[in-house]
Design a protein. Sequence first.
Length: 381
Amino acid sequence: MNKRELSESERLRYGRHLVLPKIGEEGQLRLKEAKVLCIGAGGLGSPVLMYLAAAGVGEIGVVDFDLVDQSNLQRQIIHRESDIGTPKIESAAQFIHALNSQTKINLYPDGLKVENALEIIQSYDLVVDATDNFATRYLINDACYLAKKPCIWGSVYRFDGQVSIFCAPEGPCYRCLHPEPPAKELAPNCATGGVFGSLCGTIGSLQATEVIKLITGVGLPLIGSLLTYDALSAETELVHINPNPDCVLCGDRPTQQKLLADYDSFCSISLFNLQDGSIAEIYAPDLSAMKNSATEFQLIDVREVEEWNLGFIDGALLIPQGEIFDGSAFVKISHDRPVVLYCQSGVRSINCAQALLHAGYSQVVSLAGGFQAWDQFTLHV
Ligand SMILES: [Zn+2]
């Protein structure tokens, strides 16, 4: 039998694809010949792997170093209760094999690292980024660009999801959209901020759809477009993204021509890194992001008790500015955790931050615009 033919059993199995205009037998054969690497076998990776196996993708690589935890089962539907404590790649492989025994599965239990990224990615046609941290996201982007492999990227946080394709020929890379990672204190963290379980199904399924579109050549893939989805309003938006001519990786004069040595330190820039002794300010959305991140910090209201009684930011401690200037408050303020100060409009808190820096505190920022800015911000979210 000619290698490029579907067997009788495959014709039955993929019948609903075969009758689709523009997919047909040629599209199904392309799926059978395709090699897709999925990095992450969690919330996004679960639907991606399930739909790719079901669609008849011939070879699937799964990268994940993590073990299944009870808290994963709320959304990572490729794993079962009986898998708790075992490697995610194993339960993912079992599921894929049970769904489609013809799929060739390659497992990478060490996770993606600088040392293995290019070698692993090299052997695939397409890469799916189904990870949940910035260090791996930049590593995947850089490796995909260098290896010339399109990356189907997805992300979820709380009730919001995003999908796009990076590193495709003529398209932007992730760095074109986000040249730098957020300060580590502002990085969204699903463990503390939460994630709506079924949102992973929506976004992961969109990623699988984009993979199948790229392989079969059907439709308009999300190259140069960012799809955002708000589960609460059920609204989607398609934002155009141009390649950035100043991008360090894919721009006109690239300065980065290989992988970075250490992506963890690249993504560990702190908001509290003091430069030239000036006071760093953060904005209300940053404070909100910090409250939702894994960062432990002290939020201190330096106004007077009369102002506090009219309203304050949840989680704050009231220490009127006089106690900071006379030093009596220092016993209440730890040196070990970052300090965020706020007042009514953002002036007094800068003076207090200066006083704390003089007193030897090293990680201090002031909320720009103070409680007024916070109040305005929370009215609109
Ligand atoms: Zn770029």
